[in-house]
Write a protein that binds this ligand. Structure first.
Ligand code: CP
Length: 329
């Protein structure tokens, strides 16, 4: 399986290349700022493929990962990213925290800040919770997923995966299919991929299609066979049963029949179409195992690999100012 690396480095350097204090979303980022983070991640892909994966640029800094919702990929990859860059990395699990005793989110943020964290990564079930914390603390805050709002590092790792596999993103037909209504992954990906000039098509059942989605610069379809025709990238979304009160889909069987990625449906895409899924997958619902596990088509494990590199890039870039890196102080 070959990969293509394409740098689109901006002419801007130092803090001008990425002037933001936090990473709360893709919204508000310029295309060149997104490309800058992807370019920065390339060096970490290379490091992560070596036997020794250590760089000490964050030595002496403290990273707190505060996760108020479950996670495997995002939590572990932020933890690995922090450790590979030499930061003192600690994880706060909501189930064992004083949140369970009724402590508020704001008081939790103030407490983490008082411990002089240098970076805080937050996952929370409420849209906007990450911005609330960012407004209360003195250090960079990174959004690891807030409600239905955004999951910016997922979109960055997806963009990096696509860029490396396809050479560039501009002009690619990217289909995002599934539970778009509840998906922060879809929202961040739409923002990132349209900023990078992809032709983004959204496919969802009518009940899981956000109203006015086309205002985000995408084309929408309820017929998957129509939406997938000629696609270069097919990104499937998890059916988020935990965010549904019921009544969104008739049955899992019917959902698979109309909106599941089967080999037959994939044959309508471009012959070299890339299959993606942010995970965790509902196998046999939104995606068939025979498709998800086909190494010639599926980039799902590569997405996980790119996740570590992208999170290393974000931690590095967002702490340059406080580390006094020349051009960033
Ligand atoms: N894609 C993603 O956010 O996965 P986790 O919930 O396992 O972090």
């Amino acid at each position: 399986m070959s990969t293509v690396k394409t740098s689109t480095a901006s002419a801007l350097s130092g803090a001008e290349a990425f002037p933001h204090r936090h990473l709360t979303g893709i919204a508000g980022l310029q295309p060149h700022e997104i490309s800058f983070l992807l370019d920065e991640a390339e060096q970490w892909v290379d490091l992560n493929r070596k036997a020794s994966k250590h760089d000490d640029r964050l030595a002496g800094l403290t990273l707190i990962n505060a996760f108020f919702e479950n996670s495997t990929r995002t939590l572990l990859s932020f933890e690995i990213a922090g450790k590979r860059l030499g930061a003192d990395t600690v994880n706060m699990h909501a189930a064992q925290s004083s949140i369970k005793k009724g402590e508020t989110l704001i008081d939790t943020a103030v407490t983490l800040n008082a411990m002089r964290a240098d970076m805080i990564v937050i996952r929370h079930a409420s849209s906007g919770a990450v911005q609330l914390i960012a407004d209360k603390v003195d250090c960079p805050v990174l959004n690891a997923g807030d409600g239905r709002h955004e999951h910016p590092t997922q979109a960055l790792l997806d963009a990096l995966t696509i860029r490396r596999r396809k050479g560039s993103i501009a002009g690619l037909k990217v289909v995002i299919c599934g539970d778009v209504l509840h998906s922060r992954v879809a929202r961040s990906n739409i923002l990132a991929l349209t900023a990078l000039a992809a032709d983004v098509r959204i496919v969802a059942p009518p009940t899981l299609m956000p109203p006015d989605i086309e205002r985000m610069g995408v084309t929408s379809f309820t017929d998957f066979d129509e939406g997938i025709a000629g696609a270069d990238v097919v990104m499937m979304l998890r059916l988020q049963s935990e965010r549904m009160g019921g009544g969104f889909i008739p049955s899992l069987r019917e959902y698979r029949a109309f909106w599941g990625l089967t080999p037959e449906r994939l044959s309508r895409a471009a012959p070299d179409a890339l299959v993606m899924h942010p995970g965790p997958m509902n196998r046999g619902v939104e995606i068939d195992s025979v498709v998800a596990d086909d190494p010639s088509r599926s980039a799902i494990t590569e997405q996980v690999e790119m996740g570590v590199a992208v999170r290393m890039a974000c931690l590095d870039v967002l702490t340059r100012r406080r580390r006094g890196v020349p051009g960033w102080a």
